[in-house]
Ligand binder design. Structure first.
Ligand code: PMV
Length: 326
């Protein structure tokens, strides 16, 4: 084993076309493809050390020792790495997010992407981007999109070999900005893993999935041609469709809070007034407000003044997951 220790950094991503529901929940093979943008200013930094003196895996997240399902999910990914590397040494994993964890800002995406890069390197595996994306996907589906750079597509694939993400265009292609309006920094009550398993209980999920190829094509085209109006239309439709599935699941999942709706309505109103903005909401109450760089200062100021907005995080298109100092 050439190296035992490695540290990696990965960015979370915001999905323009969302992943919701699996055809294989264990391997996180999604019901539909998805498209996202990495968020440069936000990151997870994860160190992995395979240590022969350990009697079990250890996981420290933001200074706190994790023993519950969080540790199980990390150990499951480490098991895959150990199997591929032919080792049986336990590891100590230490991870830090520079943004609130578990609030719908995809900390599991950046966390599992960074873990995949660091763990495979520390185990002596020389993985290419596709192999890293497939590995990250097994930790958290959307993590496979935090491996490649910039604007990224995850092809559903239908099986383990074919389900991975790749870059559509690099971060420099389009100076979009994501102004993330935080309305709550509490951990969400229902994790996205539980949510994916409920998707099939909504009678709207088949319609959402059937129309996904059309939305993916519209989104790809809007990105390639930097057409904000077209992007806004498909991004809001896709977010609304996912939340329609969520609130019609059994039991229903309603992630929104009153301030979430206040922001969504304000964004629509501002766009009608000529401002290039649109919203997207993941599995949490916070709202991602996309806009072009020229108006991002104005958009962040407007969001900060809305009732219920605690803070606005501003992020630009980000690069790939990478080893630190490489
Ligand atoms: O990767 P997960 O299991 O955390 O699921 C992510 C689900 C959404 O964030 C709601 C949508 C997406 O595509 O990122």
């Amino acid at each position: 084993m050439p190296s035992y220790f490695a540290t990696a950094i990965a960015h979370p991503n915001i999905a323009f076309i969302k992943y919701w529901g699996d055809v294989d929940p264990d391997l996180h093979i999604p019901a539909n493809g998805s498209i996202s943008m990495n968020l440069r200013e936000l990151f997870s930094r994860t160190s992995v050390s395979f240590d022969p003196s350990l009697e079990q895996d250890q996981f420290i997240l933001d200074g706190r020792q994790i023993n519950d399902t969080g540790l199980v999910r990390v150990s499951n990914l480490l098991d895959r790495v150990r199997k591929m590397a032919g080792i049986n040494t336990f590891a100590s994993v230490e991870s830090h997010n520079n943004f609130p964890t578990g609030t719908g800002i995809a900390s599991s995406a950046s966390g599992f992407a960074a873990l995949s890069v660091a763990a495979s390197k520390a185990a002596g595996l020389d993985f290419d981007e596709k192999a890293l994306s497939r590995l990250a996907r097994t930790g958290s589906g959307s993590a496979c999109r935090s491996i490649p750079s910039g604007f990224v597509e995850w092809q559903a694939g239908g099986n383990d070999e074919g389900s991975y993400a790749f870059s559509i265009v690099p971060p420099e292609h389009w100076d979009l900005v994501d102004c993330i309006a935080l309305v709550s920094q509490d951990e969400k009550p229902t994790s996205s893993s539980e949510g994916h398993s409920l998707a099939k209980t909504s009678l709207l999920q088949p319609a959402r999935v059937a129309d996904a190829p059309r939305r993916l094509a519209l989104c790809r085209k809007a990105i390639h041609t930097r057409d904000f109006a077209a992007l806004a239309q498909v991004v809001e439709l896709d977010s609304n469709l996912m939340h329609a599935v969520m609130i019609t699941s059994k039991p229903p999942l309603l992630y929104w809070q009153p301030a979430t709706v206040t922001i969504m309505q304000a964004v629509q109103y501002w766009r009608e007034g000529g401002l290039m903005v649109c919203y997207s909401v993941d599995a949490g109450p916070n709202v991602h407000v996309l806009c072009s760089r020229v108006v991002s200062g104005d958009v962040a100021d407007r969001l900060e003044k809305l009732s219920g907005v605690q803070k606005v995080l501003v992020a630009h298109p980000g690069g790939p997951a990478d080893l630190e100092n490489e």
